[in-house]
Structure formats: C-alpha cells, structure tokens
Design a protein around this ligand. Structure first.
Ligand SMILES: Nc1ncnc2c1ncn2[C@@H]1O[C@H](COP(=O)(O)OP(=O)(O)O)[C@@H](O)[C@H]1O
Ligand SMILES: O=c1ccn([C@@H]2O[C@H](COP(=O)(O)OP(=O)(O)O)[C@@H](O)[C@H]2O)c(=O)[nH]1
Length: 219
C-alpha cells in the first residue's frame, strides 16, 4: 500500500498517511475568494481546511525560527521555500483526525507541487481553480481590510506577477492531467445559497468520479 511516513513522533511512533487520505487543492489568484469559499466546503462535506497562507502566518506570529524569513517573503509577495510550507502542511495533516483535506492556496509553483508529491507522497483528487479577472483580484484585495502586510498596491503587483508566472503553470499541469474543476468567479457577490449549491454540485460530481475509480480499483 502506498503510504507516506512522517518523521518520528515525540512518543517514538510514526504517523502514516494512508492511501485513503484525500487531498483537494484550491488554487486561484490572490483575492479570488479561496478563503471565503473553503469554509463553506468543509462545513458541508466534512473536509479539514488547511490554508497554506494561514499556516505561514501562524509561524510569523509564533516568532518561530523561520518567522522573519516567511514575513520577508510575504511582504515581497514571493513564494516561501517549499520545504517550510510542505513541512507545515505535513504536520497539520499528521495532527488531524480527518483524512480529507482541502489545501487552500498551495501549490503555488512547480517546486511546491513536486515537493508535496515527493515528501507527502499524495496526489490531489482534483484541483478547484477560481478563475477571476485580474482587475477584480486587485479590487478585492484593496478592499479586504484585514491589515495584511501584503495587501497594498505595490505588493499586489508582485503577487499577481508571481501568480501568472508561477502558479498558472501548476494549474495548467493539473489541467493536462484532467484534474482541474474550474470555478468561474463572477465580478459581483452571489448569495451564499447559490455558492453552496454550486459547490455541492462540484464536490458531489467529483466524488462520483472518485468512487467509480475506487470500484474499478477494487475489482
Ligand atoms: N464573490 C465575491 N464577491 C465580492 N467579494 C468577494 C467575493 N468573495 C470574496 N470576496 C471578498 O474578496 C476578498 C478576497 O477574498 P478571499 O476569500 O480572502 O480571497 P483569497 O483567499 O483567494 O485570497 C475578501 O475581502 C472577500 O470578502
Ligand atoms: O503556499 C504558500 C502560500 C502562501 N505563501 C505566501 O503567503 C502569501 C499570502 O498567501 P495567502 O494564500 O494567505 O493569500 P492570497 O495571496 O491567496 O490572497 C503569498 O503571497 C506568499 O508570499 C507562500 O509562499 N506559499
């Protein structure tokens, strides 16, 4: 059975991610609504939401040894080295009782993707891609008002450049593997009700596909 072994635990045991672990990546430009929609998905489908950006922010706030480095990358809109982000995701998965994860805002470049697949040894079931026009991304980020160090016009420009140059190729890679479920983001707020119904459709369709594969695999 393909499993992913984690580093030894404090009690000497090893945490193992099993083949049954389900990972869904959620990608899209900064401000496309990933963080707004993911809690709705987990609420209705029992996934654990892991936001890579939040895990990195928690490292900054805990003043860990990598905190300053992460803060500097974030201020510049650059992608934090893969080993840091993958380790944080791996630890969060390891510590969770849930086996189904929505990983939000990761992988942001090819190096992230390869590091996750090589270290965690799990490929995503599918990728939700929030496709949102650039002007709308900028508008939403400037209106976010969460006091973030990177939500200013200068850093937004850098983040968008990184998104188009580094993250879109990852989305294209998964698209070539037929794993991308594209979500067209409209330029106005839809009602919560419509969002949930829409995501129910996407996730249910994906589960039907997944279960078909499982049956074929078992036969
Ligand atoms: N459908 C929408 N219409 C308008 N604004 C939205 C919509 N979805 C999210 N927002 C707002 O846009 C901003 C960015 O959304 P967020 O979920 O934080 O994006 P991301 O996690 O992709 O960076 C937030 O202020 C959020 O409230
Ligand atoms: O896997 C990740 C996720 C986030 N970041 C850093 O964290 C910032 C904010 O990311 P987040 O997902 O919180 O916000 P978004 O850019 O999607 O609005 C990014 O610009 C990067 O500097 C990163 O390096 N790797």
């Amino acid at each position: 059975m393909a499993t992913s072994e984690f580093p030894a635990q404090k009690d000497g045991s090893k945490a193992v991610l099993q083949e049954t672990t389900v990972v869904v990546f959620v990608l899209g430009g900064p401000g496309s609504g990933k963080g707004t929609q993911c809690p709705k998905i987990v609420e209705h489908f029992g996934f654990r939401h892991l936001c890579a950006g939040d895990l990195l922010q928690a490292e900054i706030e805990s003043e860990s040894e990598n905190g300053t480095l992460i803060q500097n990358f974030k201020k510049e809109g650059k992608i934090v080295p893969s080993e840091i982000t993958v380790k944080l995701l791996q630890q969060a998965m390891q510590q969770s009782d849930n086996k189904r994860f929505i990983v939000d805002g990761f992988p942001r470049n090819e190096e992230n993707r390869a590091a996750f697949e090589n270290i965690v040894r799990i490929k995503p079931e599918f990728v939700l891609f929030f496709d949102c026009p650039e002007e709308e991304l900028t508008k939403r980020i400037l209106n976010r008002n969460q006091g973030r160090v990177d939500d200013n016009i200068e850093t937004i420009g850098k983040r968008l450049k990184v998104y188009f140059e580094s993250t879109l190729p990852v989305i294209n890679y998964y698209n070539s593997k037929r794993k991308v479920q594209k979500v067209i983001v409209f330029c106005q707020r839809l009602t919560d009700c419509i969002h949930i119904t829409f995501f129910q459709c996407i996730v249910l369709i994906s589960y039907v596909i997944q279960n078909c594969f499982c049956f074929r695999y078992m036969v």
